[in-house]
Design a protein around this ligand. Structure first.
Ligand SMILES: [Zn+2]
Length: 277
């Protein structure tokens, strides 16, 4: 009988120890979550801004390429225009030394065509110049957008660097502690813990009783269940959210040191008054 009692006591202690180890892990992991939460927005913000910057750079690259094409077009047309002008001069000279009317007429036609070519060049040059102006103003817009974002991005990147330099050491330390704490946790409980942690955004898998309710979802816990949780003989989970309950030693000490409940005080003062009366 004595041996049986010892065995069962060892068993009880074992569940209690398992839960206590799991609770220690939760406390460490919650600290990690908290740091990641504080950092949370900034890395994403920086990433978004970097993406935006990359987009602006691509736009700038495209505009530059289009602008270069337009400039090439302008140079081409100007060259053709000059060449055609020279051709006209040459043809006019030829016209002076023609032998008959037919030759004269033929050269006149060529000159006419060359003049049309010049007109066409001038029209194209006007179009290209308009395009160039529009591309240039769009380039300027993108340039000023880049310049504006560049400073903002630098500030945010610097801010992130500072936060990371402050938190990286702490995070590394906590992650090591978490690994150590994990090695002490029962394997089956650990896989349950990991699963529950993934389910909830606040990463809480192990909860205490908080004002007769689940510390995770605030569902009321029946008194009988609260008693069982406090006995630490079984692994009990919240029926509403599935989180694992723990009655930590800390909480037990806290409960033991709680001031005397209101109700008995009232009774005592009443009875005192009753006696005085
Ligand atoms: Zn719950």
């Amino acid at each position: 009988m004595c041996a049986k009692a010892t065995a069962s006591k060892m068993n009880e202690a074992s569940v209690e120890d398992k839960l206590e180890a799991l609770y220690s892990l939760q406390i460490i992991d919650s600290q990690i979550d908290k740091i990641n939460f504080i950092k949370g927005e900034l890395p994403m913000e920086v990433q978004d801004m970097e993406d935006e910057m990359a987009g602006l750079m691509t736009r700038k690259g495209n505009l530059d390429a289009e602008l270069a094409e337009v400039e090439e077009g302008i140079a081409d047309r100007q060259r053709i225009k000059e060449e055609t002008k020279l051709l006209i001069q040459k043809l006019e000279k030829q016209q002076n030394s023609v032998k008959n009317n037919r030759e004269f007429e033929s050269i006149s036609k060529e000159i006419e065509l060359a003049k049309l070519e010049i007109e066409l060049c001038e029209k194209k040059l006007k179009d290209f110049t308009e395009k160039k102006t529009s591309f240039k103003s769009r380039c300027d817009e993108v340039d000023s957008a880049i310049a504006g974002k560049e400073d903002e991005l630098k500030v945010k990147q610097e801010e992130l660097k500072v936060i990371e330099s402050e938190t990286d050491t702490e995070l590394a330390k906590l992650k090591k502690e978490s690994e150590e704490a994990k090695s002490l946790v029962d394997e089956r409980l650990l896989s349950g813990y990991n699963r529950i942690r993934k389910t909830y955004r606040n990463g809480l898998a192990i909860v205490t009783i908080d004002r007769d309710s689940c510390g995770g979802c605030y569902a009321k816990i029946p008194p009988q269940k609260q008693l069982e949780i406090k006995q630490r003989k079984k692994v009990l989970v919240c029926e509403n959210c599935g989180r694992i309950f723990v009655y930590s030693k800390e909480k037990e000490i806290e409960d033991l040191n709680k001031p005397v409940e209101e109700a008995p005080k009232v009774t005592r003062s009443r009875s005192k008054r009753a006696r005085q009366d």
